[in-house]
Design a protein around this ligand. Structure first.
Ligand code: AR6
Length: 187
């Protein structure tokens, strides 16, 4: 696929994911699905009890959400059709190369699982936060590269998803994405 075609389907945004219009937003959750800090905290605060209720229901029926997997709930008080909750890998410092590759693979899987779940639920416009780059301490540049490559690979295979919004809360992440997307001719 030409960069110009991806240009229309990948959007870079600086700000709060709960404030940017989309069909569905992705939450960087943890395996318990019971909430936390960072973007998870913001989404549960804004969305209200409905999201926690749905997460609890999933816990009761399916159990915990493994790293790299994704589940879907309603969006509560937010103007989205749904929220997809995925779990990124925790980065451990002093990783050997094998462990680093495994972490990258799991982060890629979190993006792909979310896109697959969006498509399965007929959601065409999806926003992602910078999964694993906060509490889970994944190196920001490697996380951005992994996220962009996963999304590009998916969009090249399937034309169902119309828009993927990378919503960067921090300026540092925004700049990293800007540089990488420009290098690929997407921005
Ligand atoms: N909109 C968009 N991005 C945000 C927002 C927001 N409102 N708030 C923070 N971010 P993190 P993780 C960015 O820590 O590293 C939670 O406790 C933030 O700047 O939210 O995957 C969960 O329950 C960072 O770049 O998620 C898990 O236990 C990015 O979101 C754990 O943290 C991800 O940071 C998951 O850690």
């Amino acid at each position: 696929m030409e960069p110009k075609d991806l240009k229309n389907r990948i959007v870079l945004v600086k700000g709060d994911i709960t404030e940017y219009p989309a069909d569905v937003i992705v939450n960087a959750a943890n395996s318990s699905l019971l909430g936390g800090s960072g973007v998870d905290g913001a989404i549960h605060r804004k969305g209200g009890k409905e999201i926690a209720k749905d997460c609890q229901k999933i816990r009761n029926t399916q159990g915990k959400c493994d790293v790299g997997k994704a589940v879907i709930t309603r969006a509560g008080n937010m103007p989205f059709k749904n929220v997809i909750h995925t779990v990124g890998p925790v980065w451990q410092s002093g990783k050997n190369n094998e462990a680093k590759l495994f972490a990258e693979k799991l982060l890629k899987k979190a993006y792909i699982s979310s896109l697959e779940l969006a498509e399965k639920n007929k959601l065409k416009n999806i926003s992602f936060p910078n999964i694993s780059t906060g509490v889970y301490r994944f190196p920001k540049d490697l996380a951005a590269k992994t996220a962009i490559n996963a999304v590009v690979e998916y969009l090249e295979k399937s034309d169902f998803i119309e828009k993927v919004n990378f919503v960067c809360f921090e300026n540092e992440n925004f700049k990293i994405y800007q540089k990488l997307l420009e290098e690929k001719g997407i921005l």
